[in-house]
Design a binder for this molecule. Structure first.
Ligand code: SPQ
Length: 424
């Protein structure tokens, strides 16, 4: 797909539902008693993989587009699937479902696409095995395909070496079925949608500092969930609005959970003009409309505790930093190497090909802003965040940019290119 430099972006946009929250609403709804009604569910390929996995385990899920109804089977009600569970491209589906499967009274095999078959699973199989889980990586390489046989589980305390919501959530979900309390401590707090939503579903779960604790549950109860707009998707329009001269965008109903909204702090530290309107709080997840006006940005340093709160936004932040005055340093972000692609490597290569001054480091990158970008051929590596990032960079680059595998935005934001075009 080809992209060209564009003029100012103007108008209003409503971003599709949050991917992390959409996944969890289907998973927890499937384990609950009664019906869970989900509004603004993200109809992206990853969340559809989650629906398909739970349907294969006997859950009746009506996907009506605007609304999804999950007719829960109760906490012990999943059935042995007749086929291998295919998690597609979704790390969240693979890791969270693994926590649930460790406690079922059947054996399941999980797999996914070529990218998911390279993503590390040892980070969940280690703690889950400590809880008593029986998990076998069929290729002996710490990745899916993985066979999980349900077993009795023990409550543990786990100190995670990485700040990862997927690791934390897999353990907490297994903890629903353990014989006593389970807790997870992280180096820094990662996104807390699991804790917030499990509490809404009736689980006994609490957080103290960087530790989340859960007690075994007898039942969860179906809920009405209103999924906020995904800040990780809004991030592309926030960055575009700030860097494209003369732009003014009103982005409606964005989730601003503090464990997700580090990008807003970074934009403000860089001098970005953001105004928050209509702040509201629906059953645990805060939202706001965000008014973005084009701004002169300056470089900044991004490191430490803020990193997990903007981990998926670092590609677009790196692109934005190319248009800021001075140096931007990204540190403590080695986790970027194990996403849908190695996002450090792919960003540094792509931005450099476009003429930016970017240096790769072992846990991030250093960007010297202020160079004019020129169009280039960019391989998205079928990573949705990379494709969207370079589509925005292309709006500011001289000449033509071609993005290979651009259709992968389907994973998290199927209408992205239409929305971008409409605002031009
Ligand atoms: O689900 P998946 O493929 O891992 O998706 C990504 C993304 O960019 O959409 C990461 F590649 O988001 C993760 C995120 O990076 C979604 C997520 C979650 O919903 O719990 C948590 C983060 O991953 P992690 O490994 O830091 O827990």
């Amino acid at each position: 797909m080809k992209f060209y430099k564009c003029g100012s972006l103007k108008g209003e946009i409503t971003i599709p539902g949050d991917k992390s929250i959409s996944h969890r609403s289907v998973m927890f709804g499937s384990l609950a008693k009664g019906t869970t009604e989900i509004h603004n569910f993200l109809q992206g390929a990853d969340c559809l993989s989650t629906i398909s996995c739970f349907r294969s385990m006997g859950v009746d899920i009506e996907n009506r587009g605007d609304k999804v109804l999950v007719h829960g089977q109760g906490i012990r009600g999943l059935k042995k699937p007749a086929c291998i569970l295919d998690c597609g491209n979704s790390g969240t589906t693979t890791r969270l479902i693994s926590g649930i499967l460790t406690a079922q009274d059947f054996t399941t095999t999980l797999t996914g696409d070529a990218s998911i078959q390279k993503r590390p699973m040892k980070r969940i199989t280690d703690p889950l095995s400590q809880m008593g889980a029986k998990i076998r990586c069929l290729n002996d390489n710490g990745c899916v395909p993985m066979e999980i046989t349900g077993s009795p589980l023990y409550g543990i305390h786990y100190s995670s070496p990485v700040a990862s919501a997927q690791v934390k959530s897999a353990i907490l979900l297994a903890g629903l079925y353990a014989d006593g309390e389970t807790s997870v401590t992280e180096p820094y707090v990662s996104r807390d949608h699991t804790e917030r939503m499990l509490s809404q579903f009736g689980a006994d779960i609490r957080t103290e500092g960087t530790t989340a604790h859960i007690c075994p549950a007898r039942e969860l109860y179906g809920q009405k969930i209103l999924v906020p707009g995904d800040i990780s998707s809004a991030a592309f329009f926030i960055a575009a609005g700030l860097i494209i001269p003369g732009s003014e965008l009103l982005i409606h109903n964005v989730g601003i959970n503090p464990t997700r909204s580090g990008i807003l702090k970074v934009c403000q530290a860089m001098g970005g003009n953001l105004t928050f309107l209509n702040e509201s709080y629906d059953k645990g997840e805060p939202t706001a409309d965000i008014l973005v006006k084009s701004s002169s940005l300056s470089g900044t340093t991004i490191k430490g505790a803020i990193i997990p709160t903007l981990i998926d936004e670092l590609p677009i932040i790196a692109a934005m930093a190319c248009f800021a005055d001075g140096e931007t340093v990204i540190r403590d972000a080695a986790e970027l190497k194990v996403k849908e692609s190695n996002r450090i490597d792919v960003m540094v290569r792509g931005l450099t090909t476009m003429g930016a001054n970017v240096q790769e480091t072992n846990d991030g990158m250093i960007i010297q802003g202020g160079k004019t970008l020129r169009g280039a051929v960019i391989d998205s590596k079928l990573d949705h965040r990379i494709a969207m990032t370079f589509a925005i960079a292309a709006c500011m680059a001289e000449g033509e940019t071609e993005i290979l595998g651009a259709e992968c935005v389907n994973i998290s934001y199927p209408e992205f290119y239409k929305d971008l075009e409409r605002l031009q």
